[in-house]
Design a protein around this ligand. Structure first.
Ligand SMILES: NC(=O)c1ccc[n+]([C@@H]2O[C@H](COP(=O)([O-])OP(=O)(O)OC[C@H]3O[C@@H](n4cnc5c(N)ncnc54)[C@H](OP(=O)(O)O)[C@@H]3O)[C@@H](O)[C@H]2O)c1
Length: 237
């Protein structure tokens, strides 16, 4: 006989839940019976998500604002009756040549991807269940291997990779596992109107499959780092 679904009843907080990957993740978690708290900075997008997926704990928060992040995490733990998993998806990239990049764009990439991830982890730690708690920080393949189009984004995601590895060591004795997920390019609104061949990217469902795998492992198993990407062929429809 198979054991009960490990995702059923799991209490999961998701940042960046309103994005292309986040929305698919939230729907999949709900289908598997998890209890979910969600956040994003844009109220309209968060309202749309809560309309589509009833029963979510939802709170608007700018991930770079410590007070708002703490407010979301506390609302998540309060509303769900504790926290088993934090998935950090909030992130963005402003591509472009470094010679013409506005300083504000460079700072935003570090603030959202790096500071935001650190703030969410900081405030989740006190709620995460010792013995089986889990943090999944979604970095990027771009944080492990450079590309020419977005050096500042590569830098921010490299920082996420290092922060995640170091945090795993710091939280080991508290029984909290920490995973770095590093997907390659994925077909979501992340790309805006940039000229990419979207049909050759990962589908958000591919990233969510990896997330569900990591989250469903028993407490004695931790995935330290998972790097995966599209082969570059056109996805089957
Ligand atoms: N798509 C890719 O090719 C790809 C590849 C590898 C890794 N990733 C990473 O995967 C994660 C999710 O990406 P995605 O493809 O789902 O991107 P997306 O569709 O653009 O979604 C980004 C999410 O981040 C949130 N966000 C952005 N700035 C925020 C802020 N200041 N405060 C709070 N939330 C903020 C957005 O919410 P609001 O709009 O409400 O602010 C949205 O929910 C990101 O960390 C991204 O770097 C993406």
């Amino acid at each position: 006989m198979y054991p009960a679904d490990p995702l059923s009843g799991l209490r999961v907080a998701v940042t960046g839940a309103t994005g292309g990957i986040g929305r698919v993740l939230v729907a999949a978690l709900r289908e598997r019976g998890a209890a979910i708290a969600v956040t994003g900075s844009h109220r309209g997008r968060l309202d749309a998500l809560t309309r589509d997926v009833p029963g979510l704990v939802a709170r608007v928060a700018d991930i770079t604002d410590e007070e708002q992040v703490a407010g979301f995490i506390d609302a998540a733990a309060g509303g769900l009756g504790g926290l088993d998993v934090l998935v950090n998806l909030a992130g963005l990239s402003v591509p472009g040549a470094i010679a013409t990049a506005p300083a504000a764009d460079l700072a935003t990439m570090l603030d959202v991807n790096v500071t935001g991830t650190m703030l969410a982890c900081k405030h989740a730690v006190r709620h995460l269940a010792g013995g089986h708690g889990l943090i999944v920080n979604v970095g990027s393949a771009a944080g492990l291997r450079p590309n020419a189009t977005a050096p500042a984004y590569c830098t921010a995601k490299a920082a996420v990779a290092m922060f995640t590895a170091a945090l795993a060591l710091q939280l080991k004795d508290e029984g909290i596992r920490v995973t770095h997920l590093a997907p390659g390019g994925t077909d979501t609104p992340f790309w805006g109107d940039r000229p990419v061949r979207r049909e050759t990217l990962l589908a958000p469902e591919d990233v969510v499959s990896a997330l569900l795998y990591v989250v469903s492992l028993p407490p004695h198993v931790v995935v330290r780092e998972l790097l995966f990407e599209s082969t570059g062929v056109t996805r089957p429809r």
